[in-house]
Design a protein around this ligand. Sequence first.
Ligand code: NAG
Ligand code: NAG
Ligand code: NAG
Ligand code: NAG
Ligand code: NAG
Ligand code: NAG
Ligand code: NAG
Ligand code: NAG
Ligand code: NAG
Length: 430
Amino acid sequence: MSRFRAFVVAATIIQGVAALNNGVAKLPVLRLEAWNAFQCNIDQDVIVDTAKLMISLGLREVGYEHIDLDDCWAEKNRTSSGELTPDKTRFSKGFNWVTDQVHSMGMKAGIYCDSGWFTCAGYPGSFDHEEQDAKTFVDWGFDLLKYDNCAIPYDDILKQNTFGKYQRMSDAIASVAKSTGKPPLIFSLCEWGWSQVWIWGQQVGQSWRVQGDLEPYWASVASTINFSSFITMAADFFGHNDLDILQIGQGNLTVDESKTHFTSWALMKSPLLISTNLSTIASSDLEILKNQEILAINQDPEVGTSISPFRWGVNPDWTSDPLHPAGYWSGPTQNGTVFMLINTLDSPTDMFFNLTESPWIRAGRQYSVRDLWTHTDNGTAARNFTANAVPAHGVVALLMKDAGDEPAGLEPKCAVWYQCTDQNGTSVGG
Ligand SMILES: *[C@@H]1O[C@H](CO)[C@@H](O)[C@H](O)[C@H]1NC(C)=O
Ligand SMILES: *[C@@H]1O[C@H](CO)[C@@H](O)[C@H](O)[C@H]1NC(C)=O
Ligand SMILES: *[C@@H]1O[C@H](CO)[C@@H](O)[C@H](O)[C@H]1NC(C)=O
Ligand SMILES: *[C@@H]1O[C@H](CO)[C@@H](O)[C@H](O)[C@H]1NC(C)=O
Ligand SMILES: *[C@@H]1O[C@H](CO)[C@@H](O)[C@H](O)[C@H]1NC(C)=O
Ligand SMILES: *[C@@H]1O[C@H](CO)[C@@H](O)[C@H](O)[C@H]1NC(C)=O
Ligand SMILES: *[C@@H]1O[C@H](CO)[C@@H](O)[C@H](O)[C@H]1NC(C)=O
Ligand SMILES: *[C@@H]1O[C@H](CO)[C@@H](O)[C@H](O)[C@H]1NC(C)=O
Ligand SMILES: *[C@@H]1O[C@H](CO)[C@@H](O)[C@H](O)[C@H]1NC(C)=O
């Protein structure tokens, strides 16, 4: 194989399958998702009041523009013509009233259904009704569909894998967009990480869940970081790994754990789904969710890719360890290279890295350092950086911008000493 051909083949593999670029959700969608706080206790007032709180708490202003229903909104039976209907008591004014209210506040609304016979709470699923239901959701004024994975039909009826089951609704959404002339519903797959979704999800929808449900404590957050660290290459514009609803404000996460949770979700370009009762949200949690320097990277209009680990740290590289996932991460952004350091240990520790361990840093240059949690400019780094006393389960997020040539005379001559060679042919490195 010629060197050129080898390059083309490698590039094709790395690039993977092109995303379903249908014009919606180029960037991860910032949402409030009604499930964790409300479960089935939803009604038209809860939704509209929560949208109002998103505005008064300043969440809309920093980009959380969606409010999404989860399960339990429907009547248990379809009409005689097969139509879905909203719960007659809890949504007595109908969904057009709800979506009109939400839209009039400059926000968007999402609905939930299931790819099988029933939703997870036992309401009608969309299997075999895909086009009818997609049309109904659009007619009701919704902008997004979260689509669950419960009550899967028998093989001899389905005759599809998970991919094909979700493709049915993806096709229905495209068809309805065509016939109505309205933008396609943003399609948020909730297939629990089944069937290697990160390989095909881009062809079907705008985001896909990487695993089962996240729980509100550190071990679950760390385990999701472990899992996601191996599939960061799947994320780019129009297609995102969904690491699941943010657990901030729930369970027993500490402030440092919540910051790590939020930073890693945002920089891996996951959709960010708040699911806390906003009437009672703690100001420290709100402050985390509104970190605009972190949100700006999640919403980077020029760079769609995720951060990835460059060193695992506690473990050898590429080790799978649910409690000690990779600690040293970086990625390109519109404004420079972002670094994320996670202390997975149970006590504070110093974290050191050489800048060129990150593929996005140039040798022989120095970099200005911006701390994205303290919101301070922290001087200039040449060759390496040390974050002192990173708290247990805590995070450091840094934006490094090229600040010109490094000071003259730094040793060693090459940041990576191996193969370091003088122009006259003398090897000075190991
Ligand atoms: C949200 O919290 C408020 C204040 O505690 C409470 O009144 C309300 O019932 C909660 N909402 C739901 C749906 O649980
Ligand atoms: C819903 O449909 C089931 C099965 O067809 C039927 O037994 C039940 O009575 C219906 N419920 C209502 C409220 O119409
Ligand atoms: C950690 O990640 C590896 C690689 O994806 C995976 O095989 C393993 O199941 C993950 N651990 C947990 C607890 O999710
Ligand atoms: C947090 O909650 C989880 C689940 O209930 C529990 O296993 C863990 O020990 C708790 N952690 C702390 C520090 O309390
Ligand atoms: C880059 O910097 C500009 C100017 O400060 C800012 O508006 C933008 O949000 C930043 N982008 C990212 C991805 O951080
Ligand atoms: C870190 O870089 C500085 C130059 O900025 C250098 O003097 C120092 O030796 C480096 N530290 C390590 C541990 O490589
Ligand atoms: C950056 O500087 C601020 C203010 O001095 C300090 O609190 C913070 O710890 C520094 N960040 C790092 C990663 O060293
Ligand atoms: C950092 O660079 C120094 C000097 O080149 C080298 O001795 C050290 O092994 C490097 N450390 C890491 C973690 O790459
Ligand atoms: C070749 O390079 C080495 C390492 O920089 C230097 O010590 C040596 O003097 C050079 N030799 C000549 C002939 O320039």
